[in-house]
Write a protein that binds this ligand. Structure first.
Ligand code: PLP
Length: 471
């Protein structure tokens, strides 16, 4: 029987995988989650060890997609997806200290972890659209890495137009160029005069206009799309099993912005992987760490940092956790989220807080600590980690850990060469881009700068989608 998906706000229709994939955000403003988490037996987990990444990925994700497409087609899509990655292990582990490992998630086309889910998403979209004879408009907001990963995943794919909003002037040059130098005619870059949160608000605005949403067949690729969570659960399970799971627990430290990556770790745990601790690394935008410390979520103002993909105040995926914390009560989630939006404050009470603290620990690393950590890891192991990874590693190294929590895996979420200035400042060494991106700084850029205004963005999307449909 195929798994069904429900909205965190309880009012949107229950959907099966294919519709969840194409829909993104639920119509009631909520996010889709599985009605029930599939669970692997210890034996099924142990059987994964040693298999190629693509094969493990197909096994881990199958319960989520079963019924939506034939097993053979899915296995082929997954195999093709991870075949384009630049390392045979796809997500290799590198040991950097006695009991600390880096999980290298930068071997995809855009050198950041988002490729691991988005490369799959682009292929699934194309497959499903072709089967349905439909077209679709993908929109995404990016503070840096999502955009280029989405663009690489969807460029030149049939039936898809892609619009990526990024905060004008607030992404790194490498990140911007990875988006704006793509010449495919189905790719449209919008540089919004605002912050990443403004981009997110515009995105929500596009989705909340039902007529617009239907007229252009809108879909999202940002981390609210369920299929992205699914694609990210894989590497936690693969790493956990490689380091001794399910025979012993493994802990993870995750640099966190929108809560998508660390929520996937939570998903891996729900699916039966023994997980010790989940450590959330925050930069100066530390709303999640403050929540874990105080029990109250309070929205501050976004501060630019060396880790721009985490310069976020409201973490959209946190709603998926809130749903579980509030006993899967959609009405309560809606009230909590509306309250947070209106008052900038959310207090779910001591019981929820303790529940969250039993699963997660938070740690904040400001830019100074980030640079120190990059330097320290370089001196200890020779690895040149990027600033996001460093926030996670700093969190991993902070605090005392019970030996019962098992080995600790820090997620290396981007290649150091995506943020060469910070890495060079910390270590004196400038990391080089891999050969396939070596001419990035010479390529011509394409983007449209728009005001922070919903109507302007709507008009732009409508025009371009209209032009594409008439070609
Ligand atoms: C997107 C991103 C993050 C934040 O991940 P979330 O899923 O938003 O929590 C951290 N580091 C890098 C390099 C990223 O691209």
């Amino acid at each position: 029987m195929s798994l069904r998906y429900i909205s965190t706000r309880g009012e949107a229709p229950t959907l099966e995988f294919e519709d969840v994939l194409l829909t993104g955000l639920a119509r009631d403003g909520g996010l889709y989650v599985p009605e029930k988490w599939p669970r692997f037996s210890d034996q099924a987990l142990a059987d994964l060890r040693g298999l190629p990444y693509g094969e493990q990925a197909a096994r881990i994700m199958w319960p989520f997609v079963e019924g939506a497409l034939p097993h053979e087609d899915f296995a082929n899509i997954v195999d093709e997806t991870y075949g384009v990655f630049g390392h045979r292990a796809v997500a290799p582990l590198q040991q950097i200290d006695q009991d600390l490992w880096l999980l290298e998630l930068f071997h995809g086309p855009t050198l950041a972890f988002k490729d691991y889910a988005l490369q799959l998403l682009g292929r699934l979209f194309e497959y499903v659209l072709a089967r349905r004879g439909q077209r679709m408009t993908v929109v995404g907001a990016t503070s840096g890495d999502t955009g280029s990963a989405a663009i690489e995943a969807c460029r030149d794919r049939a039936g898809i137009e892609v619009f990526i909003l990024h905060p004008h002037g607030r992404t790194s040059e490498v990140q911007r160029r990875q988006m704006t130098t793509v010449t495919s005619s189905n790719i449209h870059n919008i540089a919004l005069k605002g912050s990443f949160d403004d981009c997110q608000d515009i995105l929500k605005g596009l989705f909340n206009d039902g007529a617009f949403r239907d007229s252009v067949q809108l879909s999202a690729v940002n981390s609210i799309n369920w299929a992205r969570i699914m694609g990210q659960i894989v590497y936690y399970v693969v790493a956990g099993v490689a380091l001794g799971g399910p025979g012993r627990p493994v802990s993870f430290a995750v640099p966190t912005g929108n809560f998508g990556n660390v929520y996937a770790a939570y998903g891996a745990k729900k699916m039966g992987l023994p997980v010790g601790e989940l450590v959330i690394g925050s930069n100066a935008n530390d709303i999640l760490t403050r929540y874990l410390d105080s029990g109250v979520m309070e929205i501050g103002t976004v501060a630019p940092t060396l880790s721009p993909s985490m310069d976020i105040q409201v973490s959209s995926n946190f709603e998926r956790l809130v749903f579980d914390l509030l006993g899967r009560d959609g009405g309560a989630v809606k009230a909590a989220m509306d309250g947070l939006r209106e008052t900038g404050r959310l207090d779910m009470g001591p019981a929820c807080w303790q529940q969250a603290r039993a699963i997660f620990r938070g740690h904040r690393a400001d830019d100074t600590a980030t640079l120190q950590t990059i330097r320290q890891v370089y001196e200890q192991s020779g690895a040149l980690i990027d600033p996001h990874t460093a926030v996670g590693v700093a969190a991993a190294m902070a605090g005392t850990r019970s030996p019962a929590a098992g080995p600790l895996v820090a997620l290396a979420c981007a290649h150091g060469a995506k943020f060469p200035d910070a890495v060079e400042k910390a270590t004196g060494v400038r990391p080089a881009l891999p050969a396939r991106l070596a001419d990035l700084y010479e390529r011509e850029e394409h983007m449209t700068i728009l005001e922070n205004d919903l109507t302007s963005v709507k008009n732009f999307v409508r025009d371009r989608v209209g032009q594409a449909a008439t070609v």
